[in-house]
Design a protein around this ligand. Structure first.
Ligand code: CA
Length: 695
């Protein structure tokens, strides 16, 4: 062990001298002397006896490599660019514009070629550098291969991939951001699986292994001459990492990684990375890092506008961490779709019918607007950079899914291969396939750079062209059958700066067809055209409400009847707009005592014709207990023929009970109502807006 240790330290010393950083924290062990309180910190450091000796065998003295830089001429394409971009205010000169390009080598192995905006085939890293990208991010998995050496996919990104990418990034003058997942495959808020080789290790052994792995990986980059600017210790580690799920353990592992970064690349920034800025959890994360004494520089966040809340919130949460803990902040991942088309027969995360927040149209302008606004939000927070996620990941192959599948399996060029099943059976094992983000790249399916790749330079310099409509907002109109309706003459256009303007629209619908639609309930889509853009109007025709006093606005019970089955203390009409779904009135119940709130509320409309009927009713309330039972019901001649389960949760959260297709013959008695049994003491609720219509 002693022999090993001295060799190890000699290696470090040499490294320090060669890198011109002698005297800086060159040796991994040296930092433990700086008074780090956590005793386990020492166990990962090679200079202490508590370290597991077999995990600290000597590392060959790293020779600092030299990579010859190639001059990069910035693109001259900004003039004449059609995209509107307002320059980001107060953008720092040294702001980091990053691009995660982890998938590139696997894509190239699968036949992908990249072309610049002039159509010239080039190294994609040169293209990125020409367009203002100054940092390349790469994910690193410990061992994304099965026992036969078959890759799990997602680029099979291990340290060798990082080496290749790092060399190319350095050649074109960009720094490398090394993103250690400390897993053998994807790590994110949903999974932080321990690498196979570290499974079952004690925390102390894992710390030592993680330290050594990080040191060796970075030493390999150093030896190759890669210009590493930042290193992430973990990826989207929302309270878990590397199989550990409590903050003290997670931070110990992060600290082991950070120590290795300080040792090999003392000038690089150590970053931590979280997701879900909208969750409200960031102050807690930052506090946990501080409480557990982590030495780091950058608190980074993912920001996908589909799921991650408002930009204002993003600014606030990052600013809070920066001001409270004195850390740099940045966005480590963002992206936005420029189309809803899929290009590789493997479905995309964002498609036309994704039910997600959509702050911009899915267009090149939308893609640029997202990056521009995220950058402004980060600058407003005093942040240091924004990194786009996998803007170079396009589909491989073109002909058919089976052909593409072969490439994904052979080269790891899809998000996961079937071989990942052994490690991640529940996700990759079931859903392995190609690219889920080919519609969020800056390159088209043929690998040609698109105008949106100019975004990084446009954000810096601006390009305030004349505003043009780039999409039209969909309209949904609800009318009642038999009422008059005329098609709107204008629609809201989404302009290139994401503002809104009313513009004239022409609808393509036959007036005879439209008047037929307006006679009975149904849902119809009407297409139109506005300023050359497609417009869409969803017309929902509601049947006439055949219930009397459906929203209780008559201010009296009739024709509703309530039956107080359990002796509910309050069961009556109530006039209170704030507690009504619509209007001023609703039906109210409350019981201070347990097991009293049980009742029905119903009415039997008269004069109905034979047909198929739809009934609905709404409720909200609270404190009803776990065994609360609520349902809407329909009775024919006193017998229940259909029910629809409902629930009561919290104030102002309305729940609908809906029964469709109730078959009714003239002469029968149809009764529609709601049943509530809320056994908890203090149960209360509000009922409103019942509806009955014929199909
Ligand atoms: Ca796809």
């Amino acid at each position: 062990m002693r022999k090993h240790l001295s060799l190890f330290l000699a290696a470090i010393l040499l490294l320090s001298l060669l890198s011109g950083c002698a005297g800086k924290p060159g040796a991994p062990g040296s930092e433990t002397a700086a008074g780090t309180a956590a005793p386990a910190t020492d166990s990962a450091a090679p200079a202490t006896d508590s370290a597991a000796p077999e995990t600290l065998s000597p590392i060959d003295p790293p020779e600092p490599g030299v990579i010859e830089r190639q001059d990069v001429a910035p693109t001259g394409k900004l003039e004449g660019c059609s995209l509107y971009v307002k320059p980001v205010e107060k953008l720092p000169v040294d702001f980091i514009f990053g691009m995660d390009a982890s998938q590139v080598p696997a894509l190239e192995a699968s036949g992908v070629k990249y072309y610049d905006l002039d159509g010239t085939e080039k190294d994609v890293f040169q293209i990125l550098a020409e367009n203002g990208v100054n940092m390349i991010r790469v994910r690193v998995w410990n061992d994304p291969f099965d026992a036969e050496g078959r890759g799990y996919g997602g680029g099979n990104c291990d340290i060798n991939t990082a080496l290749e990418i790092g060399k190319r990034a350095t050649k074109y003058g960009m720094k490398l951001l090394v993103d250690f997942h400390y897993s053998d495959f994807w790590a994110d808020p949903g999974k932080q699986m321990v690498p196979k080789a570290w499974a079952g290790m004690s925390l102390e052994d894992k710390e030592a292994a993680l330290f050594r792995y990080t040191w060796e990986s970075l030493a390999a980059l150093y030896t190759a001459g890669v210009d590493v600017g930042m290193v992430q210790v973990g990826n989207e580690t929302n309270g878990a990492m590397c199989g550990e799920k409590d903050w003290p353990s997670v931070v110990k592992l992060m600290a082991a990684g950070a120590r290795a970064v300080r040792a090999v690349y003392p000038e690089a920034k150590v970053a931590v990375h979280f997701a879900n800025p909208e969750s409200g959890a960031y102050p807690g994360y930052a506090r946990a890092l501080a409480d557990n004494g982590l030495d780091y520089d950058v608190f980074g966040s993912s920001y996908y506008p589909y799921w991650h809340g408002s930009l204002e919130n993003l600014t606030n949460v990052l600013k809070n961490v920066r001001e409270t803990y004195g850390k740099d902040v940045m966005v480590l991942e963002t992206s936005y779709a420029w189309t809803t088309e899929d290009s590789d027969f493997s479905g995309n995360t964002i498609s036309a019918d994704s039910a997600v927040d959509k702050p911009y149209p899915y267009s090149l302008q939308g893609q640029v607007n997202n990056l521009r606004d995220v950058t402004q939000a980060v600058v407003d927070a005093g942040g240091i950079g924004v990194c786009y996620w996998e803007g170079t990941w396009i589909g491989v192959g073109t002909d058919s899914k089976p052909e593409n599948q072969k490439l994904w399996e052979q080269f790891g060029s899809g998000w996961a291969s079937s071989f990942a099943a052994e490690y991640d059976p529940e996700d990759a094992g079931k859903w392995y396939g190609g690219c889920a983000v080919d519609n969020q790249a800056f390159f088209d399916p043929q690998g040609r750079a698109m105008e949106s790749l100019l975004a990084f330079n446009l954000i810096r310099y601006g390009n305030e062209t004349e505003l043009v409509a780039q999409a039209v907002e969909d309209i949904e109109t609800v009318v009642t059958a038999g009422e008059s309706f005329s098609l709107p003459e204008t629609v809201e256009a989404i302009m290139s700066d994401n503002s809104r303007q009313s513009i004239p629209v022409t609808w393509s619908v036959d007036s005879g067809v439209l008047s037929e639609w307006l006679k009975s309930s149904g849902s119809h889509e009407i297409n139109g055209e506005a300023s050359g853009l497609p417009a869409r109007l969803k017309l929902v025709v509601q049947g006439v409400n055949l219930l009397k006093n459906p929203s209780f606005e008559d201010g009296k019970d009739a024709p509703w009847t309530a039956e107080n089955l359990g002796g509910c203390k309050e069961l009556r009409m109530e006039q209170k707009a704030g507690d009504s779904k619509t209007g001023d009135w609703h039906y109210h119940f409350w019981s201070p005592d347990a097991d009293k709130a049980e009742f029905t509320l119903e009415q039997s409309p008269e004069g109905l014709g034979s047909g198929s009927y739809d009934f609905s009713i709404w409720i909200m309330g609270g404190d009803c207990g776990d065994d609360c039972r609520v349902y809407a019901y329909a009775k024919l001649d006193g017998e229940i023929v259909a029910t629809a389960d409902m629930e009561i949760t919290v104030w102002n959260e309305w729940h609908k009970g809906e029964i469709t297709g109730i078959p009714y013959q003239e002469g029968q008695t149809l009764t529609l109502g709601i049943y509530v049994k809320a056994p908890a003491a203090g149960a209360w609720g509000k009922i409103d807006d019942a509806s009955l219509s014929i199909r």
